[in-house]
Design a protein around this ligand. Sequence first.
Ligand code: SF4
Length: 328
Amino acid sequence: MSQAAKEKDILLEVQNLKTYYPIRGGFLRKKIGDVKAVDGISFSIRKGETLGLVGESGCGKSTAGRTILRLLNPTSGKIIFDGKDITSVKGTSLRKIRQDFQMVFQDPYASLNPMQMVGDVISEPIRNFTGKSLKQLKPEVMDLLTKVGLPEDAYYKYPHEFSGGQRQRIGIARALALRPKLIIADEPVSALDVSVQSQVLNLLKELQQEFDLTFLFIAHDLSVVKHMSDCIGVMYLGGLVEIATKKSLYVEPLHPYTQALVSAIPEPDPRKKRHRIILQGDMPSPIDPPKGCAFHPRCMHAKEECSKVKPVLKEVKPGHQVACHIYN
Ligand code: SF4
């Protein structure tokens, strides 16, 4: 595919995105610093594909998802969606764009109104955008229930009458109601029993085909991300340290942090032994990140340069980018 065709195929592009939270202190509540939750990430997702964003809790992946959805305002950088710069759109324009991207949350129960019947919950986004009545939308909602694997009588029930996996199906049906182009799924299966996780993941994959969806799939568990993604971005302390195709990342992880994450994935074949890399220490605070490479206090390959110069993400093999001085 030519470069021009590839660019035309891109649905979401994020350029040097930063989301900082101000820290205030003193009598006058003056700004005394920033929590650098997302600190300059860049990536793109092609139409119909899934980018998995993975990293430990607190690495900034959820903040990145919420910033892209414009639930949070970016501090700087650009968000380009379907060829339009949406970084600073507001009001009616933002509302209009929001039809095209939806979120599936980690805790479906917290995101569903317990006082509303499921039929109400699912049809609410369409009613808000189109002004159609509950009655008019009933056949459409029934169809969505079937598509997410719920019986039609679920329409008349309340969220508390369902299991965790079923509630997540309700959340997915609601996200699909406006026929979005992009779905940002933030840890969509981490609150579910392991036995139902793969059912929900398979459902998301089926719906991706049927509705021609593009996904940004956020999770801390690399084996879950592996199941879903075409490409994977690994985040550490607000930054992207590696991006590659799924195969390249799992077969040959380059960044020492990714190598540690991949080594922790359980090996299904008991005859094969995998050398587990145990990381020392915790992730530092994003209020006062280490100088140079943010990973250097925990990295067994760190050299002098690593504590002084921040490595930039660069392509070291076709489609495989890494931010590490080893590959300079
Ligand atoms: Fe380790 Fe240095 Fe690479 Fe950072 S830049 S991951 S400290 S080797």
